[in-house]
Design a protein around this ligand. Structure first.
Ligand SMILES: *[C@@H]1O[C@H](CO)[C@@H](O)[C@H](O)[C@H]1NC(C)=O
Ligand SMILES: *[C@@H]1O[C@H](CO)[C@@H](O)[C@H](O)[C@H]1NC(C)=O
Ligand SMILES: *[C@@H]1O[C@H](CO)[C@@H](O)[C@H](O)[C@H]1NC(C)=O
Length: 633
């Protein structure tokens, strides 16, 4: 073949190939004709280097033609996701090849932390009930700090081969109990072993907690002055330490297992971010409480539990000393939209009550008690990346936003195209960090980073309108006669209990269920020591200055009704409704991606915890965990 002919064939061949690619790729993506008509123009002039444009042509050249495989438990309540390192791609569909499947950051591995609970010990119902509360509070706190809290019982201890040899050693009962607990830990293997009175009392990204979350321990570790509060180690280190301790001839002379184990097996670290509320600590730091526990054990222990909760809450509040901000980027007609976030923010800013209102956690003697310096709650139109500021945001679906802006559900395609801006929500939210010049894709990347990176997710909480209980979007009850002129009035937030319980696990403490209106920061059971400290009237004024002006009753009722209808529209399967929704989505690709991302991210958190509860409840009947049952089956 002559070279000139060869070139001609090559050109014809290349053109042919190109045509094939165009046809095959556009047929896989055009779900609805409208989307092609409204393709996203800004994407192309956006400047960030790693973006893939949500354009059928572009991505078909750079990603594999296969959808990534389904992962376990990756759907919930209409959301579906794929956990992958490529999560910071602006548009998930360029990775998943599926409009409805969102790429989320890989779920980080939670290292296990164990505690032992002797369920068979003789105790009355009341004591057992309080024990359960302690365990719940312990699990919730460690879960919120990124661990997998697991309660061990005798079933695990008995699964260890050395269990049978324990009794014959003739050691003191308390030491034998210590060994039983460690055998349960050894049976489970590498991880942390804690007393249920030991809590992580520090911000999520505290250095020690981050180190412990990595789950790798070069030595068996204990903590200075923490007693048996917390240990860490790998399975082989635990087993070796146990074996040599049990072979020691002086065994019965020891009081605790830390004495019995040779001290050079341990590495000792500083317990900077750990709070241990053991009897010794309580007696020295909180003598009033110690007295109460001695006099009335159940009542005292309830107070201790409340104190521990209050300290967790206060530590969280101290971390976010700049305050809580609720994002309200588009001010018009969005009072009802952000109201649930506002209510949640107010609950988080409440002062937790306990019998020692101004006492600090054992490991943070320089804390700032809540009373007298209550957290501020503000709204802001844009996200600010300040490390001491906690952000709560609710992302509306673009259709929801369009109806709210226009104050009608009667939205036409023409209206969307002629009278609405593209991506108004995300543009406003990211204005502070990105300015005005950037296009949708880089805004989406920033928002994903703010909502879901390790740094961002510990400083913010993102919802979609659909995540809030429907009670927020139903007509208000008939107005009561205004008899209440008292300055302090307790107001029950309309959050259902199970909804708040879930959020409790996110924060690691029990969020107060009520706020006190008029801004007074008095807990329901006032104790004398805090009366003097509150600067009279100040919190009320401060609060008033930053809250959005409430709309008139009539306007609020319209907002409620629009939001209720929009929620139905989002889930509707009706042809006409679907079409207008798709037009809204195609017109606002970045707002839509933000909404889907936040929806899936939250759904995955729910599933992660439900799965954990599911697996844990399997052991509640007393079955042993782990797969090595030495007695054979
Ligand atoms: C809603 O949109 C229509 C045009 O489609 C416009 O005439 C009307 O003024 C808008 N209403 C509001 C409250 O913006
Ligand atoms: C916020 O700041 C942190 C640390 O300075 C950074 O890692 C993160 O990417 C920033 N987030 C956004 C959304 O810009
Ligand atoms: C996770 O998936 C399994 C089946 O693969 C299912 O039985 C289980 O209910 C799922 N758990 C959750 C919380 O969705």
């Amino acid at each position: 073949m002559a070279p000139r002919h060869f070139t001609r064939y090559l050109v014809v061949g290349a053109v042919f190939l190109f045509v094939i690619i165009i046809f095959s790729s556009s047929s896989t993506t055009s779900r609805a004709g409208v989307i092609d008509v409204l393709q996203y123009p800004e994407a192309i002039r956006d400047k960030i280097p790693t973006i893939t444009v949500p354009n059928s042509l572009r991505w078909s050249f750079q990603s594999s033609p296969h959808k990534p495989p389904d992962q376990r438990n990756s759907t919930h309540d209409g959301s579906s996701w794929y956990s992958d390192w490529k999560w910071l791609n602006p548009f998930s569909s360029s990775v998943t090849l599926d409009q409805d499947r969102i790429v989320l950051p890989p779920l980080h591995e939670r290292p296990p932390i164990y505690t032992f609970y002797d369920a068979s010990a003789k105790a009355d119902q009341e004591t057992k009930k309080i024990d359960k509360e302690f365990l719940l509070s312990w699990r919730r706190a460690w879960w919120a700090h990124g661990f997998r809290p697991v309660v061990l019982t005798d079933a695990e201890a008995m699964s260890h081969p050395l269990y049978q040899t324990l009794h014959a050693k003739g050691m003191p009962a308390t030491l034998e109990q210590d060994f039983r607990e460690w055998l349960a830990w050894a049976h489970m293997g590498t991880g942390l072993f804690a007393s249920r009175y030991c809590l992580p009392m520090a911000p999520y990204d505290d250095a020690l907690l981050s180190h412990l979350r990595r789950g790798q321990f070069s030595h068996l570790t204990k903590f200075q002055g923490l007693g048996s509060g917390l240990f860490a180690g790998e399975k082989s280190q635990i087993e070796d330490a146990l074996k040599s301790a049990l072979n020691s001839v002086k065994l019965s002379a020891f009081k605790t297992i830390t004495d019995a184990i040779d001290s050079d097996r341990f590495k000792t670290e500083q317990p900077t971010s750990l709070a241990h509320y053991d009897p010794k600590t309580v007696a020295s730091k909180y003598p009033v409480l110690a007295e109460l526990i001695a006099k009335e054990p159940n009542k005292g222990r309830c107070s201790l539990l409340k104190l521990m909760q209050a300290h967790l809450h206060m530590t969280w509040q101290n971390t976010f000393s700049t305050g809580i901000v609720v994002l309200q980027p588009l001010a018009a007609h969005t009072f009802t939209l952000v109201k649930p976030s506002m209510d949640l923010a107010r609950l988080l800013a409440e002062c937790p009550s306990s019998i020692l209102q101004s006492a600090c956690p054992p490991n943070r003697p320089k804390c700032t008690p809540c009373t007298g310096s209550k957290l501020t709650v503000n709204t802001a139109s844009a996200f600010r990346n300040t490390s001491s500021l906690f952000t709560i945001a609710v992302v509306p679906h673009p259709y929801t936003m369009i109806t709210l802006t226009n104050l009608t559900t009667d939205i036409s395609v023409a209206h969307i195209r002629r009278n609405t801006d593209r991506d108004p929500w995300i543009t406003a939210v990211t204005r502070d960090i990105l300015g005005d010049a950037r296009g949708g894709p880089s805004r989406v990347v920033s928002l994903k980073d703010a909502a879901a990176s390790e740094y961002g997710s510990s400083r913010s909480l993102w919802f979609t309108t659909e995540h809030f209980p429907a009670s927020f979007y139903s007509p208000p009850p008939p107005p009561k006669s205004p008899t209440n002129d008292r300055p302090v009035e307790e107001k029950t937030a309309p959050f259902p209990e199970d909804w708040l319980e879930h959020i409790d696990w996110h924060f690691g403490f029990r969020i107060p269920r009520t706020t006190i209106s008029h801004g007074e920061s008095l807990p329901p059971v006032p104790g004398p020591e805090r009366w003097a400290k509150i600067p009279a009237g100040l919190p009320a004024e401060r609060k008033k200055a930053h809250e959005p002006d409430p709309p008139t009753e009539e306007a609020a009722a319209i907002e409620v009704e629009l939001l209720r209808q929009a929620r139905e529209t989002i889930n509707s399967k009706e042809e006409v409704v679907l079409k207008i929704r798709e037009v809204a989505e195609a017109w606002n690709l970045a707002d839509t991606e933000a909404w889907k991302f936040v929806k899936s991210f939250r759904a995955r958190q729910v599933v992660e915890r439900l799965k954990f509860e599911e697996e844990e409840s399997a052991f509640e009947t007393g079955a042993a965990r782990g797969n090595s049952r030495w007695w054979g089956s």
